[in-house]
Design a protein. Sequence first.
Length: 156
Amino acid sequence: MTVLCTYLYRLSAGLLLGAAVFFAAVAAPAAFPRKVAELPPGHPLRTAAADLVGAQLAALDRITFLFCAIAALCAIALARAGISSARIAAVPVLLAGLCALVSSALVTPRIHALREAGQTQLPEFGRLHAISTGLVGIEILLFLFALWVAPAPAKG
């Protein structure tokens, strides 16, 4: 059981790290290139790009909930099985799940509301985008830390 839990923990954290890095470094910039960002608000291409990035972020948040829960449950099970390093391993994945919750429940809905109201020029809109980007960045760092402290089964 400990081998399975350590494997699932590392797999979950690794998959989430890869997904978050891909979203931040490849998917979002490809869907919303500088040329599109320079278009006037309300332009169909700009709206389509924003919708695509929003859908990608929503999907990333959903898989973050799922795999953070799996990793946290595995860390808890390993800690209960006597692997002391597993206690600290639960922390980064729980915090990453919290970041995804803040993103999906607070930040992203407010961004969508401002966009639908045509208020994308407001400073609040830019701040919310910065917060959203920051949350993904924090998640990436937390997944790196999770892999660094990932529990290993006892030898022997």
